[in-house]
Design a protein around this ligand. Structure first.
Ligand code: SF4
Length: 194
């Protein structure tokens, strides 16, 4: 039974990839890029152990989702669970978008069966470390200029107008407080720091 250590999930976001998606932030990232917007996810300690089969069933039953986005943290450091989830939801018709701090070349060089299986079930991959001095405000869903959006399946096309639309952020208010997700502009970052 595969599990994932999840730090956060938002089911029904439109700010973390094309269409309405489930965004899943995994706990733990050994890359620790300076300027990372989720430093609380560096440690592998924390988050919630989540059964992948049950999660996949719930996401497929939602009925409103175009796909899932795997973020972090570093999803490829939990490749077995992410691959199992990606395979299950893709079989059910959802798309899979992966954000990884490793480059695709680095991931393929690992020759890890679980990483290869995960990549085999990804439609979109944004790869590469976040480089603070190369911060990118022009490309949607991409953090720094060294990163690349890869189309690993025919499901999406680069000329899809959604890829050229402006980035967005979402704010949610519930009993647990305020949750902010998405890709803020520089002016939003200034506002958040105040
Ligand atoms: S790879 Fe991503 S999650 Fe990991 S430190 Fe870099 S920006 Fe943060």
């Amino acid at each position: 039974m595969a599990t994932l250590q999840l730090a956060q999930r938002i089911v029904g976001t439109e700010a973390e990839g094309p269409g309405r998606r489930a965004a899943l932030w995994v706990q733990g990232c050994s890359l620790r890029c300076p300027g990372c917007c989720n430093p609380e996810l560096f440690t592998a300690q924390g988050g919630t152990a989540t059964d992948v089969d049950a999660l996949a069933r719930a996401l497929l039953a939602d009925g409103t989702l175009e796909g899932i986005s795997l973020l972090g943290g570093e999803p490829t450091e939990q490749a077995e669970g992410c691959a199992a989830l990606a395979a299950a939801v893709q079989r059910g018709g959802l798309s899979v978008m992966l954000y990884t701090g490793y480059t695709l070349a680095e991931l393929r060089a690992q020759k890890s069966p679980h990483v290869d299986a995960l990549l085999g079930h990804c439609d979109l991959v944004v790869d590469g470390r976040y480089e603070r001095d190369q911060h990118d405000t022009t490309r949607r869903w991409i953090g720094s200029k060294n990163q690349t959006l890869h189309f690993l399946s025919p499901r999406y096309r680069a000329d899809d107008p959604r890829f050229a639309a402006p980035n967005t952020i979402e704010l949610r208010l519930d009993r647990g407080g305020v949750t902010v997700n998405g890709w803020p502009r520089e002016s939003d970052l200034v506002w958040r720091r105040r």
